[in-house]
Design a protein around this ligand. Structure first.
Ligand code: C2O
Ligand code: CU
Ligand code: CU
Length: 452
């Protein structure tokens, strides 16, 4: 769906549907019957009107991840809930200066988010603009890649997660790209291929690498960076996006996009002892569908098809201004604890989510530095996400970030303090920040921020 004459006006229905995944039937939650959901496309300044009908048997809602839009009214208001059989019209306008980029939409009903995302509810929201007008990028072949994993039984029904799966964050053994297992992507010889990647999995990390080819990063979560950055591999944690170019100038005739092994407990042991390391991620503590991601998986196969006159990489993209020094600094601690009778809870500054509490108050027109500190006793890594206002990473574990980029999700590793800089620009109202491993969000790792 693409906006016409400044308006994107669509009906979206959330309902259960049998979909074919990797050649097998799967009973999923869908937007308009599809997994991933329909791709939405608009331009800065456009008005978006989405009538969401809930034909699930549980409450849901919509969140427009990464968009800089008002969090109030019937716009991107995650505190609204749509009961089964009811509908709600979302309406908002993209600011005229909204960056072009790869954004997305997904449910955000607290308590149901992980389940609904894992059942397939997610779709791309593309903002077309300046970045897409750069000649080499315009000429590149564009592919959208939505990464999702599913946990299904032999009949194609959803597995019910154990508490352990929720603690670690549910991961499924069926890994798909645009709802397909190892699809073929064609690339013109001599040309450029542009991959716009989204990790729409509730917990799985993707450590992406292309056989014999570097990736050239051109945009992060919030839009363009200043110039392409060559990467041997790319870690995409839940919620993150990356826009990369690939040069069609090397042999062999075909090569694979791989997901390399990654251990979400591996990096920070932090004296986690028994609880840290491979035991939790692997066998002993593993629940129903967590498994070791210690083997290389093929996500897609790229094949040369046809050829085009040689297309160089763009030298410059769009300038990115570093944010000025902050007026305020604060620190936010991420942790986990055993709650009596409730099992594991995940916390910000020692508290689980409470929708009636305001945790953080900020003033608009202000720049702030936030120091994020992960003291999770289990040694788990948490991808931190803030709504509405994108940020810049200043340093990780004391090391300055090598280039300036707009982000809305950042991985916070145990024992590695991370500093981000946020400009609370214009919108007043309430929204949230949370861990984008949605089981952790549903188990408490979310907080409310009020912008006044
Ligand atoms: Cu994709 Cu509140 O996030
Ligand atoms: Cu979001
Ligand atoms: Cu987390």
């Amino acid at each position: 769906y693409t906006s016409q004459g400044g308006l994107l006006d669509i009906n979206v229905e959330a309902y259960y549907n049998w979909v074919t995944l990797g050649g097998k039937p799967a009973n999923l939650m869908t937007y308009n019957g599809q997994v991933p959901g329909p791709k939405l496309e608009a331009k800065p300044g456009d008005t978006i009107r989405i009538r969401l009908r809930n034909n699930l048997t549980q409450p849901t809602n919509l969140h427009y991840h990464g968009l800089h839009i008002a969090p109030t009214g019937n716009a991107d208001n995650i505190f609204l809930s749509i009961p089964p059989k009811e509908q709600l019209t979302y309406e908002f306008t993209l600011p005229k200066d909204h960056p072009s980029g790869t954004f997305w939409y997904h449910p955000h009903r607290h308590g149901f988010t992980a389940e609904q995302l894992f059942a397939g509810l997610a779709g791309l929201f593309i903002v077309r603009g300046e970045l897409d007008e750069i000649p080499q990028i315009k000429a590149a072949k564009e592919e959208f890649l939505v990464l999702q994993d599913f946990g299904l039984d032999n009949n194609g029904n959803q597995l019910i997660p154990h508490h352990r799966d929720q603690m670690i964050g549910r991961e499924g053994s069926l890994v798909t790209l645009n709802g397909q297992v190892n699809p073929t992507l064609s690339i013109p010889r001599g040309g450029l291929l542009r991959l716009r990647l989204l990790n729409a999995s509730p917990s799985r990390f993707y450590r992406l690498s292309l056989e014999n080819h570097p990736l050239y990063l051109i945009a992060t979560d919030g839009g363009s960076i200043a110039e392409p950055v060559e990467l041997p591999e790319l870690l995409l944690t839940p919620g993150e996006r990356a826009d990369v170019l690939i040069k069609g100038d090397r042999e062999p005739q075909q090569y694979r996009l791989l997901n390399l092994p990654y251990d979400r407990f591996g990096m920070g042991m932090m004296g986690g002892g028994m609880m840290g390391g491979g035991m939790m991620g692997g066998g002993m503590m593993g629940g129903r569908f967590n498994r070791n991601t210690r083997q290389v998986e093929t996500l897609a196969t790229l094949v040369y098809q046809g050829s085009t006159s040689p297309l160089p990489l763009p030298k410059q993209l769009l300038p990115v201004e570093p944010l000025p020094e902050p007026k305020f600094s604060r620190s936010i601690e991420l942790s986990s604890t055993m709650m009596r009778g409730m099992g594991m809870a995940f916390l910000f500054n020692g508290q689980p989510y409470d929708h009636e509490r305001i945790d953080t108050q900020v003033k608009i027109n202000t720049v702030e530095d936030w120091e994020l500190i992960n003291r999770d006793r289990m040694g788990m890594e948490h991808p931190f996400h803030l709504h509405i206002n994108p940020f810049q990473i200043i340093s990780r574990n004391g090391q300055p970030e090598p280039y300036v980029a707009w982000k809305d999700v950042v991985l916070v590793r145990p024992g590695e303090p991370l500093k981000i800089r946020i400009h609370f620009k214009d919108f007043v109202g309430k929204t949230v920040y949370h861990c984008h491993i949605f089981d952790h969000e549903d188990l408490g790792m979310m907080a409310t921020i009020q912008m006044t």
